[in-house]
Every structure is written in C-alpha cells, then in structure tokens.
Design a protein around this ligand. Structure first.
Ligand code: F0G
Length: 461
C-alpha cells in the first residue's frame, strides 16, 4: 500500500551496503526517555529506529565518494584533493578563492572575523541559521531577519517563502545605515527549507551593490534551492540545476557552505569568494584556529568526498528523487489532515504544532511533547523548533514564545526508503488521532543558553 496516489519513480541508485536498525519496545523507550531527562540529545543513537533529527552529516555517500576516500592525499599542505575540490567549487560558484573548513559554523566564524564585525556593526539576512546568528552575536554585531511576511503563515502556499523582503531591507539600510553583511540562506532552513527565487537573489544583489555591502550566500542547501527554481521560476526551466546554481552564485560576492547537507558528506564545509583582502584575512585567522588553508580541519580524503558529492548533488535524477521523497511524505500527511508548514520544504516537513496540539499552551512546550510522543510510541526522533529552543525571558521575567511552534522531520539524503516514509506517515497519523492523550511538559533543569541541548524535562500529569 502506498500513502497517496503519487507513483514514485525508483531511486536513481541501488543499495550496496546496509546499516541495520532496530526497533525497541515502547516499554524500553519509556525507560530510556526517563533516564535521558526527556532529552534526545542524551539518548544513544542506536536506540532510535528512524532518525529524522537532521539532514546534516547524515547522507549516504555513493561508491564513487567512498572510492575517493582511498585517493586521499594526506600531505599537510597543497594536497592533490584540495586542487580537485577547488576546481569543482570554482566551476559551480565562479568564485576565485576557495577555503575548506571543517563544517559550516567555522566558515561563518571566519567570515565574521574577516569582515571585522563588532558592536558597531549590523548584519541582515532572509533568516540566519542559529549558528550564523550565534557567530555574529559573539562578534558583538547585531543580526536581523527580513524574510517575507508570508513565511510566518504556515498554511499559505507561496513558491518562494524563503525570499528576503527587499523593500524592508532597503528601508532599513536607509534608516539604520552601515550594514556590514547581507546573507541569503538557501534554502531557508529556519523557515522549513523554503526556497529563494533567482529574481529575489538578483534584487538583493542590486541593493548590496548600490550600498556597497558584502553579499554572501549561506549555500548549505544550494542544489535543492536550484531545483526549486527550475520547477517554479518559468524563465529558468530549461537550464540544468548546475547552470541555475552558477547563476545563483554569480549575483553574490561569495558563499559559505556546510557541506554536510548538499555536499553529500558526513563532515566538511568551505568558503568561496572573490575579494582578495577578505580572503587574506580568512587565511591568516584559519591557520591559527582551523588548520592550513588547503585542508581546513579536514583530511585529504574528506576533501575528495566533498568534491565528488558536490558534483553528484547537481545531477537532475538525484534532485528529482530527493524532491519526490519530500513531496510523498507531505502528500501522505496532507491527506490525513495533518497540519504542517506549506508548501513542503526542500529537506524537511515542519509540523505546525499550534494546530496539531491546540490543547497544550506554549508554556507547556507542545512541540517538545510531540517529539517525545513520536519517540515513545514509534521510535522516531525529530527536532523541536519551538518554545524549548526559541523562547526567551524578558528583563521583567516574562517569557516570550516563538511565533511558530514546530517539529522538524528532516529527511537524510539517500538513506530512507518509501517504506520508511510510510512508517513515518502512519506514526504521525496515529499520534494525530490520539492527540488528546499527549500532555504538556515542564522543564526541571534549565541550562540557560542553547537549552534544547542540555535541558531536562518531564511530563505534566
Ligand atoms: N547554515 C545552515 C542553513 C544550516 O542549516 C546549518 C546547519 C549551518 C549553516 C551550520 O552548519 O552544522 O556544518 O556547522 N544545520 C544543521 C541542521 C545543524 O540540523 O539544520 P554546520
């Protein structure tokens, strides 16, 4: 039985290596949850049946990538895999300078340093990812999001919900002045993997040029974004994903990328850019904290795997398969009336928990309660993007809760089959049908900063 009328094309690969997964009993999972303070970051991964915590670093590499690992040149400086990677990145992005980093957040840190961000500086984005925002904050600078208002309307359909509101951006620059960095995150992870149109990237680029502001893409999911452009922006429908990606990069001054997503690898990242002065500052700093600039905290073999992954991720067959998996999951949930952020994103389905569990107020952490139920009843791990992760306390002690209360079901690349997705759909439907039985939670240990990693909770009776 399939979950919707959509007929799935077979994946453009067959399986050569398998990794067994095991299903524990509900009784075992209840005990594991109690022992872990109801926090998934404390549960051993081997006790997870289907792991949808993240699409980051969880991809299955191809035989071509694994074979590349054997060709790792582990020389300290100027290894041959760096030149391969440099070549591939220059070809896709058109940027002159390439600097590998061990993952995305170190690339962000290096950019913040190279741009001399400090208390006097302001940065803007469609929506910064958490680590980018945190890196900007520790530099002392401020970070503002200008994603279009439609992004905050969960049921509203819009082709490019990740777009940056360019009118608001220009107003802001004129009134606040002195913006030191513009970042467009493709796709917008914080908003559910929603894409940004090429028209919007071009508009942002015009503004950045007009006011001479460095403009970078956070390219973690650039290939998924390129595929959305191909499907939804008519003007570009006859271009290949690679040609569209080349266009996307051509309008920015550089990019930073966590290769753990669309690099199809388990670790790695990079910066690519044209400005020689910024490049020099990045190189100086990284030699101290990240490694020599031709390896950036990675082994030669890792560089080879990224070079090969970046080539494979732009293959149209792959992107069609990837898109189809997400659509399949979305249609299966939609048919059962499950509320989630529409339209389906590039790498995740984000459940709209305010509508899923309307009986639990945000002060009782409904999204967290839903992730706990998904695990307790069905062995699935998902990520809470709700009031545990994003609430903040005002000076007067009052708590401010996030506008959207979400549970993210992130789909690792080339990892799960249609049967796994069917299991996920059945599980979510089962919880939706018994939602009244799900109760709120309370925090019994609050570590303050980034509390979702270390907090301990328990169910309210
Ligand atoms: N930018 C975006 C858009 C991301 O989604 C992430 C990571 C990063 C930067 C940071 O990259 O993890 O390699 O340091 N996102 C992961 C996630 C953690 O689960 O969405 P990193």
């Amino acid at each position: 039985m399939t979950h919707n009328d959509q007929k799935l094309k077979p994946p453009p690969f067959k399986i050569k290596v398998v990794e067994p997964i095991k299903k524990t009993t509900r009784k075992e999972r209840k005990k594991l949850l109690e022992e872990a303070g109801y926090n998934f970051f404390n549960i051993a991964a081997e006790n997870i049946y289907i792991d949808l915590l993240t699409d980051s670093g969880t991809s299955a590499m191809s035989d071509y990538q694994w074979a590349g690992l054997m060709l790792g040149d582990e020389s300290y400086a100027q290894c041959k895999n760096f030149f391969h990677l440099e070549n591939v990145i220059q070809d896709i992005t058109g940027y002159k300078y390439v600097v590998p980093t061990h993952q995305g957040r170190s690339a962000e840190n290096l950019i913040c340093h190279a741009l001399n961000l400090d208390q006097s500086k302001v940065t803007v984005s469609n929506q910064f990812f958490d680590t980018t925002r945190a890196n900007i904050k520790i530099s002392g600078a401020r970070a503002y999001d200008f994603v279009i208002a439609e992004a905050y309307k969960p049921s509203l359909l819009h082709d490019f919900k990740g777009n940056l509101d360019t009118n608001a951006l220009e107003d802001f620059i004129q009134n606040k002045g002195d913006v030191s960095l513009i970042v467009v995150t493709v796709t917008n992870n914080a908003g559910g993997g929603q894409p940004v149109s090429l028209a919007n990237i071009i508009e942002v680029s015009k503004i950045a040029k007009k006011y001479k502001i460095p403009f970078f893409l956070d390219a973690a999911r650039f290939a998924e974004n390129a595929y959305f452009i191909k499907l939804r922006e008519k003007k570009y429908q006859n271009l290949s994903p690679k040609e569209i990606a080349q266009k996307m990069f051509s309008y920015a001054d550089g990019c930073m990328m966590s290769a753990k997503k669309d690099g199809l690898v388990n670790i790695g990242g990079f910066i690519a850019l044209n400005d020689e002065q910024i490049y020099r500052r990045i190189k100086e700093r990284m030699t101290v904290i990240e490694g020599f600039p031709t390896y950036g905290g990675l082994a030669g073999r890792d560089l080879e795997a990224i070079a090969r992954g970046l080539t494979e991720v732009l293959e149209e067959d792959y992107l069609e398969y990837r898109h189809q998996q997400l659509e399949y999951l979305g249609k299966g949930l939609e048919k059962a009336g499950i509320p989630f952020i529409k339209p389906v994103g590039g790498h995740s389905i984000n459940l709209d928990v305010k509508r899923f569990l309307p009986h639990i107020p945000q002060s009782e952490f409904p999204a967290w309660a839903l992730t706990v139920a998904l695990y307790e009843y069905h062995g699935i791990r998902a990520a809470e993007l709700g009031s545990v992760a994003f609430s903040r306390q005002q000076e007067d002690g009052k708590w401010i809760f996030p506008e959207l209360e979400q549970v993210r079901l992130a789909i690792p690349r080339r990892v799960y089959s249609q049967e796994h997705l069917d299991y996920v759909i059945d599980s979510v439907i089962d919880l939706y049908e018994h939602k009244e039985e799900i109760t709120g939670m309370k925090i019994i240990y609050d570590p303050g900063i980034l509390r979702h990693f270390n907090a301990k909770l328990c169910p309210l009776d």
